[in-house]
Design a protein around this ligand. Structure first.
Ligand code: 13P
Length: 255
Protein backbone atom coordinates (compact mmCIF):
# COMPACT_ATOMS: atom_id res chain seq x y z
CA UNK A 1 0.00 0.00 0.00
CA UNK A 2 1.58 3.31 -1.05
CA UNK A 3 1.15 6.14 1.46
CA UNK A 4 0.05 9.37 -0.26
CA UNK A 5 2.84 11.94 -0.40
CA UNK A 6 2.77 15.73 -0.74
CA UNK A 7 5.95 17.80 -0.72
CA UNK A 8 6.42 21.56 -0.94
CA UNK A 9 9.45 22.73 -2.89
CA UNK A 10 10.05 26.32 -1.86
CA UNK A 11 12.85 26.75 -4.42
CA UNK A 12 14.94 29.94 -3.95
CA UNK A 13 12.24 31.70 -1.94
CA UNK A 14 12.04 32.82 1.70
CA UNK A 15 14.63 34.19 4.09
CA UNK A 16 15.06 32.24 7.31
CA UNK A 17 12.53 34.40 9.15
CA UNK A 18 10.03 34.19 6.28
CA UNK A 19 10.42 30.41 6.17
CA UNK A 20 9.82 30.16 9.91
CA UNK A 21 6.72 32.32 9.59
CA UNK A 22 5.22 30.03 6.94
CA UNK A 23 5.96 26.97 9.06
CA UNK A 24 4.25 28.58 12.06
CA UNK A 25 1.20 29.29 9.90
CA UNK A 26 0.83 25.75 8.58
CA UNK A 27 2.37 23.35 11.09
CA UNK A 28 -0.52 22.67 13.42
CA UNK A 29 -2.98 22.02 10.62
CA UNK A 30 -0.56 19.88 8.60
CA UNK A 31 0.40 17.89 11.65
CA UNK A 32 -3.21 16.85 12.19
CA UNK A 33 -3.56 15.30 8.72
CA UNK A 34 -2.56 11.71 9.29
CA UNK A 35 -3.06 9.81 6.08
CA UNK A 36 -0.50 11.71 4.01
CA UNK A 37 3.29 11.90 4.26
CA UNK A 38 4.01 15.65 4.32
CA UNK A 39 7.40 17.08 3.45
CA UNK A 40 8.69 20.66 3.39
CA UNK A 41 11.77 21.51 1.30
CA UNK A 42 12.95 25.00 2.24
CA UNK A 43 16.28 26.53 1.14
CA UNK A 44 19.46 25.11 2.74
CA UNK A 45 19.95 28.07 5.10
CA UNK A 46 16.59 27.41 6.78
CA UNK A 47 17.03 23.67 7.27
CA UNK A 48 18.52 23.84 10.77
CA UNK A 49 15.86 26.11 12.14
CA UNK A 50 12.96 24.28 10.47
CA UNK A 51 14.38 20.94 11.54
CA UNK A 52 13.96 22.14 15.12
CA UNK A 53 10.47 23.48 14.48
CA UNK A 54 9.30 20.18 12.97
CA UNK A 55 10.69 18.17 15.85
CA UNK A 56 7.83 16.23 17.49
CA UNK A 57 5.56 16.76 14.48
CA UNK A 58 4.55 14.41 11.67
CA UNK A 59 5.83 16.87 9.05
CA UNK A 60 9.14 15.86 7.50
CA UNK A 61 12.00 17.83 6.05
CA UNK A 62 13.66 17.62 2.66
CA UNK A 63 16.48 19.46 0.89
CA UNK A 64 16.23 20.74 -2.69
CA UNK A 65 19.59 19.47 -3.93
CA UNK A 66 22.92 18.10 -2.75
CA UNK A 67 26.38 17.20 -4.05
CA UNK A 68 27.36 13.55 -4.51
CA UNK A 69 30.62 13.60 -2.51
CA UNK A 70 30.40 13.33 1.27
CA UNK A 71 33.12 15.91 2.06
CA UNK A 72 36.15 17.70 0.66
CA UNK A 73 37.26 20.70 -1.33
CA UNK A 74 33.99 21.50 -3.13
CA UNK A 75 33.44 25.14 -2.23
CA UNK A 76 29.80 26.05 -1.89
CA UNK A 77 28.42 22.51 -2.05
CA UNK A 78 26.31 20.66 0.52
CA UNK A 79 26.86 16.96 1.14
CA UNK A 80 24.62 14.02 2.05
CA UNK A 81 26.48 13.71 5.37
CA UNK A 82 25.45 17.25 6.28
CA UNK A 83 21.88 16.74 5.19
CA UNK A 84 21.22 13.45 6.88
CA UNK A 85 21.37 15.00 10.35
CA UNK A 86 18.53 17.27 9.34
CA UNK A 87 16.50 15.78 6.51
CA UNK A 88 14.80 12.56 5.56
CA UNK A 89 14.34 13.49 1.88
CA UNK A 90 16.27 15.23 -0.88
CA UNK A 91 14.94 16.45 -4.23
CA UNK A 92 17.30 15.41 -7.04
CA UNK A 93 17.30 16.06 -10.76
CA UNK A 94 14.81 18.91 -10.65
CA UNK A 95 14.44 20.41 -14.12
CA UNK A 96 15.71 23.76 -12.83
CA UNK A 97 18.93 22.00 -11.80
CA UNK A 98 19.12 20.23 -15.13
CA UNK A 99 18.47 23.26 -17.34
CA UNK A 100 19.92 26.21 -15.40
CA UNK A 101 22.85 24.41 -13.77
CA UNK A 102 23.76 21.80 -16.35
CA UNK A 103 22.98 18.66 -14.34
CA UNK A 104 23.24 15.65 -16.60
CA UNK A 105 21.59 12.26 -16.16
CA UNK A 106 25.00 10.96 -15.07
CA UNK A 107 25.27 13.56 -12.29
CA UNK A 108 21.71 12.82 -11.18
CA UNK A 109 22.60 9.12 -11.04
CA UNK A 110 25.64 9.83 -8.82
CA UNK A 111 23.49 11.97 -6.54
CA UNK A 112 20.81 9.26 -6.20
CA UNK A 113 23.50 6.72 -5.29
CA UNK A 114 25.04 9.12 -2.75
CA UNK A 115 21.66 9.88 -1.19
CA UNK A 116 20.69 6.23 -0.81
CA UNK A 117 24.05 5.21 0.62
CA UNK A 118 23.70 7.97 3.22
CA UNK A 119 20.16 7.04 4.26
CA UNK A 120 18.49 9.94 2.51
CA UNK A 121 15.34 9.23 0.50
CA UNK A 122 15.56 10.75 -2.99
CA UNK A 123 12.69 12.50 -4.71
CA UNK A 124 13.81 12.02 -8.31
CA UNK A 125 12.34 14.57 -10.74
CA UNK A 126 11.85 13.78 -14.40
CA UNK A 127 9.97 15.59 -17.15
CA UNK A 128 10.05 16.60 -20.78
CA UNK A 129 10.39 20.12 -22.19
CA UNK A 130 7.72 21.74 -24.34
CA UNK A 131 9.48 21.07 -27.63
CA UNK A 132 10.02 17.44 -26.67
CA UNK A 133 6.37 17.12 -25.75
CA UNK A 134 5.24 18.68 -29.01
CA UNK A 135 7.58 16.43 -30.97
CA UNK A 136 5.94 13.36 -29.37
CA UNK A 137 9.15 12.53 -27.48
CA UNK A 138 7.77 12.48 -23.95
CA UNK A 139 8.18 8.73 -23.42
CA UNK A 140 11.63 8.68 -24.99
CA UNK A 141 12.85 11.47 -22.69
CA UNK A 142 11.25 9.99 -19.57
CA UNK A 143 12.59 6.54 -20.35
CA UNK A 144 16.11 7.94 -20.67
CA UNK A 145 15.91 10.08 -17.53
CA UNK A 146 14.54 7.26 -15.34
CA UNK A 147 16.79 4.54 -16.76
CA UNK A 148 19.96 6.61 -16.43
CA UNK A 149 19.05 7.94 -12.97
CA UNK A 150 18.62 4.38 -11.68
CA UNK A 151 21.59 2.90 -13.53
CA UNK A 152 23.51 0.51 -11.27
CA UNK A 153 21.16 1.04 -8.31
CA UNK A 154 19.78 -1.95 -6.41
CA UNK A 155 15.97 -2.02 -6.19
CA UNK A 156 14.66 0.19 -3.38
CA UNK A 157 11.10 1.03 -2.53
CA UNK A 158 11.96 4.20 -0.62
CA UNK A 159 12.45 6.15 -3.81
CA UNK A 160 9.89 8.78 -4.76
CA UNK A 161 9.63 9.90 -8.38
CA UNK A 162 8.02 13.19 -9.41
CA UNK A 163 6.79 13.62 -12.95
CA UNK A 164 7.18 17.34 -13.64
CA UNK A 165 6.69 18.32 -17.26
CA UNK A 166 8.94 21.38 -17.69
CA UNK A 167 6.23 23.26 -19.60
CA UNK A 168 3.88 23.00 -16.62
CA UNK A 169 6.31 24.31 -13.98
CA UNK A 170 5.56 27.81 -12.75
CA UNK A 171 3.45 28.54 -15.82
CA UNK A 172 -0.01 28.18 -14.32
CA UNK A 173 -0.61 25.69 -17.13
CA UNK A 174 -0.78 22.33 -15.38
CA UNK A 175 -0.94 19.08 -17.32
CA UNK A 176 -4.39 17.50 -17.38
CA UNK A 177 -5.00 14.59 -15.03
CA UNK A 178 -5.24 12.37 -18.08
CA UNK A 179 -1.84 13.51 -19.44
CA UNK A 180 -0.22 13.14 -16.02
CA UNK A 181 -1.57 9.67 -15.35
CA UNK A 182 -0.53 8.38 -18.78
CA UNK A 183 3.09 9.39 -18.17
CA UNK A 184 3.02 8.19 -14.57
CA UNK A 185 1.83 4.75 -15.74
CA UNK A 186 4.68 4.78 -18.22
CA UNK A 187 7.20 5.71 -15.48
CA UNK A 188 5.98 2.80 -13.34
CA UNK A 189 6.40 0.47 -16.30
CA UNK A 190 9.97 1.72 -16.82
CA UNK A 191 10.76 1.09 -13.14
CA UNK A 192 9.25 -2.40 -13.46
CA UNK A 193 11.46 -3.09 -16.46
CA UNK A 194 14.63 -1.86 -14.70
CA UNK A 195 13.88 -3.49 -11.33
CA UNK A 196 10.74 -5.58 -11.06
CA UNK A 197 6.99 -5.33 -10.98
CA UNK A 198 6.54 -5.61 -7.22
CA UNK A 199 9.11 -2.89 -6.41
CA UNK A 200 7.56 -0.69 -9.08
CA UNK A 201 4.22 -1.06 -7.32
CA UNK A 202 5.79 0.21 -4.08
CA UNK A 203 7.53 3.26 -5.56
CA UNK A 204 5.48 6.41 -5.12
CA UNK A 205 5.08 8.58 -8.19
CA UNK A 206 3.89 12.18 -7.91
CA UNK A 207 2.74 14.84 -10.32
CA UNK A 208 4.27 18.35 -10.18
CA UNK A 209 3.73 21.50 -12.23
CA UNK A 210 1.34 24.33 -11.36
CA UNK A 211 -0.49 22.26 -8.73
CA UNK A 212 -2.93 24.34 -6.66
CA UNK A 213 -5.81 23.71 -4.26
CA UNK A 214 -8.11 24.12 -7.27
CA UNK A 215 -6.63 21.39 -9.47
CA UNK A 216 -5.11 18.89 -6.98
CA UNK A 217 -8.24 16.71 -6.98
CA UNK A 218 -7.92 16.11 -10.72
CA UNK A 219 -4.55 14.41 -10.19
CA UNK A 220 -4.93 12.47 -6.99
CA UNK A 221 -8.30 11.01 -7.98
CA UNK A 222 -6.24 8.60 -10.08
CA UNK A 223 -5.03 5.70 -7.89
CA UNK A 224 -1.75 5.68 -9.87
CA UNK A 225 -0.87 9.27 -8.86
CA UNK A 226 0.38 9.09 -5.28
CA UNK A 227 0.53 12.80 -4.54
CA UNK A 228 2.15 16.02 -5.64
CA UNK A 229 5.35 18.02 -5.63
CA UNK A 230 4.12 21.57 -5.17
CA UNK A 231 6.12 24.70 -5.94
CA UNK A 232 4.52 28.17 -5.77
CA UNK A 233 1.36 27.05 -3.95
CA UNK A 234 3.42 25.50 -1.14
CA UNK A 235 4.57 28.98 -0.06
CA UNK A 236 1.02 29.89 0.92
CA UNK A 237 0.01 28.17 4.15
CA UNK A 238 -3.73 27.93 3.37
CA UNK A 239 -3.12 26.66 -0.16
CA UNK A 240 -0.67 23.98 0.90
CA UNK A 241 -2.82 22.81 3.83
CA UNK A 242 -5.80 22.56 1.49
CA UNK A 243 -3.78 20.52 -1.03
CA UNK A 244 -2.73 18.08 1.69
CA UNK A 245 -6.26 17.91 3.17
CA UNK A 246 -7.83 17.17 -0.20
CA UNK A 247 -5.20 14.51 -0.86
CA UNK A 248 -6.00 12.80 2.46
CA UNK A 249 -9.74 12.91 1.83
CA UNK A 250 -9.70 11.72 -1.77
CA UNK A 251 -7.12 8.98 -1.24
CA UNK A 252 -9.16 7.64 1.69
CA UNK A 253 -12.27 7.55 -0.47
CA UNK A 254 -10.69 5.72 -3.40
CA UNK A 255 -8.63 3.26 -1.31
P1 13P B 1 5.08 25.08 -9.48
O1 13P B 1 4.11 24.33 -8.59
O2 13P B 1 5.41 26.44 -8.98
O3 13P B 1 4.69 25.02 -10.91
O4 13P B 1 6.48 24.27 -9.37
C1 13P B 1 6.49 22.90 -9.52
C2 13P B 1 7.82 22.38 -9.16
O5 13P B 1 8.79 22.58 -9.89
C3 13P B 1 7.95 21.66 -7.89
O6 13P B 1 9.20 21.05 -7.80
Amino acid sequence: MRIPFVAGNWKMNTTVSEAEKIVIEMLEKLDRIEEVEKVLCPPFVSLVSIHMMLHDSSVKLGAQNMYFETKGAYTGEISPLMLRELCEFVILGHSERRWYFGETDEIVNKKIKAALSNNLKPILCVGERLEENEAGKTEEVINRQVTEALNGIEPVSNLVIAYEPVWAIGTGKAASGEQAVATIRFIRAVVAKIWDESIALDVRILYGGSVTSTNIAEFISYPEIDGALVGGASLKADEFVSIVEQTAKIKKRIK
